[in-house]
Ligand binder design. Structure first.
Ligand code: GDP
Length: 299
């Protein structure tokens, strides 16, 4: 919680601080609602989410008649928490072994870093983990993943730079089966400049995994960089078309005043945020909790 609170200070100043100032000593008139929309707009929440939040708060104020600014903040907090609609059964590992996870997302969002953090996290919980460096397009990604593997004592399956991504994915699954691992985490490339190639490559990765394990991948994590705001959400749509994404990891919440973007994700992408990244270190991957998040942004 402290890491989240610390990491989200810029968003808290931008969003929570301004909202608090707005509700203190203001008349409930149209100006206030316009200013509220303006603040949410500047936090890059997207028109649909802004309209929803404003309408919901207006209705709550009308029916529940809060007397103080703090009461309004409480109402807003409730409305925001409901927006996340977090799944009630957040189990991560499929009973089938090995569980196979795929990391997808635009390059630079933090896929490789998150794969490394996941490996360390699951290893710490006592699971046998293996990593697959199938982001073969970016040579540095393979090295980066290797470093994460060394640091957390997790084996990394790799091939020469430029190798076929699907071949690395296949090798990883085979190695995971042969060595009785609990979990295989496979990194992938996210070059957006050629959307058709990207989709075909990802679909091929999924196909070769399913040759060994028809039910897999058990989790497909779509990694989104919070600093990219609405633009990042638009880019993320490409991945939803290509593969069956199961959950979102929202990274770089520590580097941005745009952390409010989390509020838009469920409505816009139809998927829950399951983890957030608040830094580059291994301990900076946190399970997402709507209450803590809303407290961290509203203060
Ligand atoms: P990929 O291309 O999607 O695999 O992205 P990388 O994993 O290489 O990450 C790109 C950069 O973002 C690296 O410098 C990471 O250290 C950094 N990064 C990843 N996640 C976070 C995060 O949660 N917070 C911060 N501040 N940086 C992050």
């Amino acid at each position: 919680w402290n890491r989240l609170k610390e990491g989200m200070s810029r968003t808290r100043n931008n969003l929570g601080g301004r909202l608090r100032a707005l509700f203190h000593g203001k008349e409930w008139d149209d100006n206030l609602w316009e200013e509220l929309e303006e603040i949410l707009y500047e936090a890059d929440l997207g028109v649909d989410t802004i309209e929803y939040l404003t309408a919901a708060l207006r209705e709550a104020v009308r029916t529940r008649r809060p007397r103080h600014a703090d009461d309004v903040m409480d109402l807003l907090r409730e409305i925001m928490v409901d927006l996340f609609d977090v799944p009630s059964d957040p189990s991560l590992l499929d009973p089938q072994r090995p569980s196979i996870w795929l990391m997808v997302g635009v390059n630079g969002t933090g896929k490789t870093t998150t794969a490394g953090k996941f490996a360390a996290l699951m290893k710490r919980q006592g699971y046998q983990v293996i990593l697959g460096a199938a982001d073969t397009f970016r040579a540095a990604a393979v090295e980066q993943l290797q470093e994460w593997g060394v640091r957390s004592g997790v084996e990394v399956v790799r091939q020469a730079p430029g190798a076929d991504s699907a071949a690395v994915a296949y090798d990883t699954v085979q190695a995971a089966i042969a060595r009785s691992k609990d979990l295989a985490i496979i990194d992938t490339a996210g070059r957006l400049h050629n959307k058709t190639n990207l989709m075909q490559e990802l679909q091929k990765v999924v196909r070769v995994i399913q040759r060994e394990r028809p039910q897999a991948p058990h989790q497909v994590w779509l990694v989104i960089d919070a600093t990219t705001g609405q633009n990042g959400l638009a880019q993320a749509q490409v991945f939803l078309e290509a593969v069956k994404v199961t959950g979102i990891v929202l990274t770089k919440l520590d580097g941005t005043a745009k952390g409010g973007i989390a509020l838009s994700i469920k409505r816009q992408l139809g998927l829950p945020i399951r983890f957030v990244g608040v830094g580059e270190k291994v301990e900076d991957l946190l399970p997402f909790d709507a209450d803590s998040y809303v407290r961290a942004i509203l203060g």
